[in-house]
Design a protein around this ligand. Structure first.
Ligand code: HEM
Length: 160
């Protein structure tokens, strides 16, 4: 018998659960999980719109824009979109293409301090406001991104 967790009917191994990395701390008045509610509201299309609105902002940003490879914006968009569809919808595309997310490790080459974290969140916050109309879902995602963005910090502020 499978005693592992299950997400939208897909049973998850211990490894998959570890890949979910960051908890969504949201209180919805429903018996469904936060992931199911968020995925039910956004789905692939909603996450694609969110990520596209986010990268439109990143491209123009003077602080974090230059960190991204200038010749692969479509690739950057695809990686974040696939990651979010994996995290919230258990769509396995990200994992098939990129393996374990290891997000903190993958961000090590980039200097991420408080300023970069806050800018990333400002741009994602704008994208959330523009594309997610369901208030509780929007705020649950804001709090999820805030937690992950803080987790990505890899430079003590004294180094600045
Ligand atoms: C805190 C500020 C952050 C900065 C400055 C930052 C910057 C970057 C950069 C420069 C890349 C490499 C370009 C690329 O592969 O597209 C990247 C990749 C990525 N970031 Fe971030 N990021 C931040 C936070 C986050 C957060 C909060 C998430 C998720 C919730 C995230 C998810 C990803 C993913 C999924 C990738 C692609 C990883 C891969 O498969 O290679 N990032 N990020």
């Amino acid at each position: 018998m499978n005693k592992g967790k299950s997400l939208r009917g897909i049973s998850l191994t211990k490894d998959h659960v570890a890949m979910l990395e960051f908890p969504v701390k949201a209180r919805f008045s429903s018996l469904m999980t936060s992931e199911e509610i968020i995925w039910g509201e956004l789905g692939e299309k909603g996450f694609a719109n969110l990520v596209s609105a986010f990268y439109q902002r990143v491209k123009k940003d003077d602080l974090i824009g230059p960190m991204y490879p200038d010749d692969d914006w479509d690739g950057s968009e695809e990686r974040l979109r696939d990651f979010l569809c994996f995290r919230f919808g258990a769509v396995m595309r990200y994992q098939e293409k990129r393996g374990h997310p290891r997000l903190r490790m993958r961000h090590m080459p980039y200097r991420i301090g408080i300023k970069e974290r806050d800018r990333w969140m400002e741009l994602m916050g704008g994208a959330l406001d523009e594309t997610v109309t369901h208030e509780e879902v929007r705020e649950a995602l804001r709090s999820f991104f805030t937690g992950v963005a803080d987790f990505m910090r890899n430079r003590p502020e004294a180094e600045r």
